[in-house]
Design a protein. Structure first.
Length: 227
């Protein structure tokens, strides 16, 4: 059974993977799993340039045991050719799902240009990691004020599924949470609050409510189980 490395966008994704996703995967995949944040020039983490991603993934591509490598990057933040070659072409497609699939294929091509690799599974989160926090606001926002919880519930009721909460500059899930918290005289902490909300929500609920996210997780389980 191969090891699994998850290249994540930043600190929020890193904590989510370490505290929720890896504990969920380990009972099913008794192997080594590690999350690696994208390193940016000058220190720190984040997905500001595709070159930062390539520099992060290059060493892993040369690990002797050919691990399965995947990503958890936010669609919301990919907004230029600098961040993803082919961006303009992908944005000409009609649906958000098609645009994300196009960007994932571009990411696959970037990796294959570094090294022909069989076990790379590109995944771009629709629309960003905070999308997952809307999976069950009754539970996830149980420790905040009722007014915040009700505001989050109201957002969820506007969309047929959680993953449809849009990615406009004002309407991205993280921006919505910041606005809701601010309107209630509180500050949304992107790392601490996000992980706490995700824990209260529960990874099983997130998987049930977020089909695209669930499909990615099941693909990882199946791929590693078959190697």
């Amino acid at each position: 059974m191969k090891d699994l490395y998850i290249i994540v966008e930043g600190e929020t994704e890193l904590e989510f993977v370490n505290q929720l996703l890896i504990p969920y995967l380990l009972p099913q995949l008794p192997t080594y799993i590690q999350a690696i944040p994208v390193s940016i020039s000058g220190g720190g983490h984040g997905y500001n340039n595709v070159e930062h991603f390539k520099n992060t993934v290059k060493p892993v591509l040369n690990y002797a045991n050919e691990p399965v490598i995947t990503t958890m990057l936010d669609y919301f933040g990919i907004n230029s050719e600098q961040k993803m070659p082919g961006y303009a072409r992908c944005m000409q497609l009609n649906s958000t799902d098609d645009k994300i699939a196009c960007l994932e294929q571009s990411l696959q091509e970037q990796v294959q240009r570094i090294k022909s690799y069989r076990f790379f599974i590109p995944y771009i989160q629709k629309h960003e990691m905070e999308t997952l926090l809307f999976a069950n606001p009754e539970a996830g926002f149980d420790l905040v004020s009722d007014s915040i919880k009700q505001a989050v519930i109201a957002v969820c009721e506007q969309y047929p599924t959680i993953e449809e909460i849009n990615n406009t500059p004002e309407g991205a899930p993280s921006k919505r949470l910041e606005a809701i918290f601010n309107a209630n005289n509180q500050t949304y902490n992107k790392v601490v609050d996000a992980v706490d909300i995700a824990k209260l929500t529960g990874i099983e609920t997130i998987l049930t409510k977020c089909q695209r996210f669930n499909n990615w997780v099941q693909t990882l389980i199946q791929t590693i189980s078959e190697t």
